[in-house]
Write a new protein. Structure first.
Length: 163
């Protein structure tokens, strides 16, 4: 099973100059809680933003480059078929696809679950979530986040499964 997990602002913005446009520790916490112990799959550009593998997760980087140098512990998937193989070989696993936009666009048609953080504010940036037809998705849980000194924007966590 494949899940997409991401955070977007009210315009669907997800990235700025290779990084997240905001600082929202509650979202980082949710991301860590959900993905720890699982396979995480990311685009080469998103991985370049991290620079090192995410700890306590099996890290996979999607890239078509044949001479891509990756640090120890990070494995490459060269195309969508390789991701489908990974999912087929791990039928009891939830594989988290963690971005960015190009990867979300490619994987959306074969995703089973969506874990969306919606930040109800507007930021500047350069990368947006591809359009999603939510009529194909059933909202399973919705949790409104707590605004405090460290999490200064209203936000909510919405989990969907494919209808
Ligand atoms: N808000 C969020 O939740 C969130 C999550 C993740 C990322 N982001 C942000 O998104 C931005 C990066 O996104 P992006 O769209 O520019 O790049 P990206 O999706 O991270 O990476 C794109 C690269 O991934 C590889 N790739 C993508 N699809 C592939 C496929 N089907 N087969 C093989 N390789 C494939 C290609 O690498 P090669 O060119 O090497 O072939 C492609 O150039 C950053 O700003 C990041 O911070 C935000």
């Amino acid at each position: 099973m494949i899940a997409l997990i991401w955070a977007e602002d009210q315009n669907g913005l997800i990235g700025k100059q290779g990084q997240l446009p905001w600082h929202l520790p509650a979202d980082m916490h949710r991301f860590k809680t959900l993905t720890t112990g699982h396979h995480v799959v990311m685009g080469r550009k998103t991985f370049m933003g991290f620079k090192r593998p995410l700890p306590h997760r099996t890290n996979w980087v999607l890239s078509q480059q044949s001479d891509l140098a990756l640090p120890a512990g990070v494995q490459q998937l060269t195309d969508l078929a390789a991701l489908k193989d990974l999912a087929a070989k791990n039928p009891d696993e939830l594989i988290f696809v963690i971005g960015g936009a190009v990867v979300f666009q490619a994987v959306l048609p074969i995703a089973d679950y969506l874990y969306r953080t919606r930040i109800n504010a507007r930021f500047d940036g350069d990368t947006w979530m591809p359009a999603i037809d939510y009529s194909q998705w059933q909202l399973v849980t919705k949790q409104v986040g707590t605004v405090d000194d460290k999490n200064r924007y209203p936000y909510e966590f919405d989990d969907f499964r494919r209808r």
